[in-house]
Design a protein around this ligand. Structure first.
Ligand code: AMP
Length: 211
């Protein structure tokens, strides 16, 4: 199973991609997670990508394509993968097509999760991520979580790019640079729209129905 999860920031791509990947025992490849790890470690790639991520802009295509070239050749990706947050530009999508065809493989589906902008802003401003296990959750003002409810050890942190001004920038970048991919994959007959409102389980079930 080779899938792309498409959708604006905050629609729940990461949460759903993780679940579906676990279900099919294939790797969940999130370019955002990879970049955040590199930035945290202060690697060369992290240094090059840091300012783009912080400001809500896209990291240059060549850096992203190098990441994907490596991931796609990993033995664990042999039987499939889920790309979450990649491709994000037409250039990335065209490069992905080239990489896949040189390997003699094809995408099975592109899952396009849809949520309205007001809900996205609400979700992202209340999103917290565990500093240790990366668990992501939404907190309400009355919640008193200090530690991650999953690993009970990590601190719950707000991503720097989840500040409202940066969220608005990311949504603008999505509209301009990423949303044209809906047409691109639509013309290839690969896209399936998923309503991203509802419980986590309801949304997972909608995706499983399509797959
Ligand atoms: P995400 O976790 O998917 O929301 O990504 C966080 C940030 O990482 C984005 O706002 C971009 O700055 C960068 N990023 C992640 N994936 C890509 C990509 N495919 N192309 C360019 N930049 C990316």
């Amino acid at each position: 199973m080779r899938l792309v999860f498409l959708g604006a920031p905050g629609v729940g791509k990461g949460t759903q991609a993780k679940k579906i990947a676990a279900r099919f025992e294939i790797p969940h490849i999130s370019t955002g997670d990879i970049l955040r790890k590199e930035i945290k470690e202060g690697s060369e790639l992290g240094k090059k990508a840091g300012d783009f991520v912080k400001s809500g802009n896209l990291v240059p295509d060549d850096l992203i394509i190098d990441i994907i070239k490596k991931e796609i050749l990993e033995p664990k990706a042999k039987n499939g993968f889920i790309f979450d947050g990649f491709p994000r530009t037409l250039q990335q999508a065209v490069n992905l097509d080239k990489m896949l065809s040189s390997l003699g493989i094809k995408l099975d589906k592109v899952i396009n999760i849809i949520v309205d902008q007001k809900e996205i802003i609400k979700r992202l401003t209340s999103r917290r991520v565990c500093s240790l296990c990366n668990h992501t959750l939404s907190i309400r003002p009355e919640d008193n979580h200090k530690l991650c409810p999953v690993c009970n050890k990590g601190e719950l942190l707000k991503r720097k790019d989840d500040e409202e001004a940066v969220i608005r920038k990311r949504l603008e970048v999505y509209e301009k640079q990423t949303s044209p991919l809906i047409k691109y994959y639509g013309q290839a007959g690969l896209i399936s729209d998923i309503d991203g409102l509802g419980t986590e389980k309801a949304i997972t079930d909608r995706i499983l129905d399509i797959l």
